[in-house]
Write a new protein. Structure first.
Length: 180
């Protein structure tokens, strides 16, 4: 398992970061009635899912190493272990709230701007002070910036008729002109 964490954990987290937003974007486009653009939705979800996938592996690795150390008999519950686990849990919780705010924005017609920006500010407040201590703490801020850049482009503007029943069917109109 140590070999997995040393060689493949970051690659697996990156693959999950790239694939999970793609799957959720396809799901949103098929099942939600709101009008959203696929590429901005992908990058909107890229932020919170990137945070969650990397934090999941952070928690998984620290838990595994703690259990392995406890089995070997040299585990020490100290502030370092406590802070690593607490940091992971706090960022995972805020990341889950951030993902929920993004999903709510894609799923509903009303814009949940306040909740969305509040979650980004929370992530920045938690992670930015840690960048001088460990530069890897910048990763959640980087993922959040992808989401912030995509935010204004997620919604399609309502132009003209909004109901599909009221729109003329252009396919049959083109077919009638070709047969005449």
């Amino acid at each position: 398992m140590n070999e997995f964490f040393n060689k493949y954990a970051d690659l697996t987290a990156l693959l999950l970061t790239l694939l999970l937003p793609l799957l959720l974007t396809a799901y949103f486009r098929r099942n939600f009635k709101t009008r959203v653009r696929a590429v901005p939705v992908y990058f909107l979800l890229f932020g919170p899912l990137g945070i969650l996938s990397f934090i999941f592996f952070h928690l998984f690795e620290n838990t595994y190493r703690a259990i392995a150390a406890a089995i070997d008999g040299h585990f020490a519950y100290n502030f370092h272990f406590y802070s690593l686990m607490l940091f992971g849990l706090v960022v995972a919780y805020v990341g889950a709230l951030f993902l929920k705010a993004c999903i709510d924005m894609c799923a509903s017609d009303s814009h949940s701007k306040g909740s969305y920006w509040y979650k980004i500010v929370l992530i920045l407040l938690i992670t930015l002070p840690l960048i001088p201590i460990t530069p890897i703490a910048a990763v959640p801020a980087i993922w959040s910036s992808f989401s912030m850049l995509a935010y204004p482009f997620v919604r399609k503007r309502k132009v003209g008729l909004t109901s599909t029943e009221d729109k003329p069917n252009l396919y049959f109109a083109l077919e009638d002109t070709q047969t005449a």
